[in-house]
Design a protein around this ligand. Sequence first.
Ligand code: CP
Ligand code: NVA
Length: 311
Amino acid sequence: MIPSVGALSGRDFLDVADLEPAELRELLDLAHAIKAGRWTGRPLEGRHIALLFQKPSHRTRVSFEVGIGRLGGGVTYLTEQDVQLGVRETVGDAARVLDSYVDGVVARLRSHADLLELAAASERPVINALTNRSHPCQILADLMTLEEVSGSLAQQKVVYIGDGNNIAVSLMEAAERMGFSLTVITPPGYAPPADIVDGRLPASNRGSGVTLSTDVADAAVATAIYTDVWASMGQESEREVRRKAFAGYQVNRAVMDAAPDAVFMHCLPAHRGEEVTDEVIDGRRSVVFQQAANRLYAQMALMAQLFGAAP
Ligand code: CP
Ligand code: NVA
């Protein structure tokens, strides 16, 4: 069944945890329907969306712009140089002005605190297109990809190897919401933020849910091995230090051989030769380009639900 569009009308999507499991389910169902050509609505007809980006982007920008067009809407892309949040004007003033022009905002901001401030000041729905803390739109596409690969999320044993960064945080929220097993393997000192860990981990690490580890050998049970860059956007000056700290955490042939049932996932862009070898990312078990392609459908579903008129 195709869910009704506009079900989340007016809501923000700042984190995976903003949506209840049933709402995430509906969103994924709509995303699959869009990809299969079973739904071709244009709920953004006559509506205009602002993309407000302080960091570079390939996948996120293009998939949002194309998606808005396919849904019938218009889009304005604003860079750091245009709005200069907190420099030319406060986050709150910028939000209130944007509100008077557009019907929704998709923001990629350096600081998650700024995103929360923007969303609080804006009466329009705001979508998080990545902050230093989380990347929920990426994870929507990843959930869709996991369902395409294996049919069901509940059976998944996802193992994330690398930095406890924005991808790890959103994956943890998704595991908790959608009930799949997730192990996050990081070097000591690079675990996800403490408040996320405290909030998501079951008291004794038992049963399904999220487990933390520092041992790559724990990846052997995986149905999906996921990694991301060791130095995220904004951490370029730490790249050398991190290269050393993460040296034993590369996803290479040995790691994949030890997990024979696992597909390989990466949000891209990849630093080939660091967190992943060419052989793995270009290998038969890699689904990275499927993940990237699914950004379009997952975000079209999200925008239809948030920016479309209520049913
Ligand atoms: N995965 C992702 O968000 O890619 P971009 O940074 O290129 O948008
Ligand atoms: N962790 C990466 C994700 C890029 C999509 C970053 O924030 O740069």
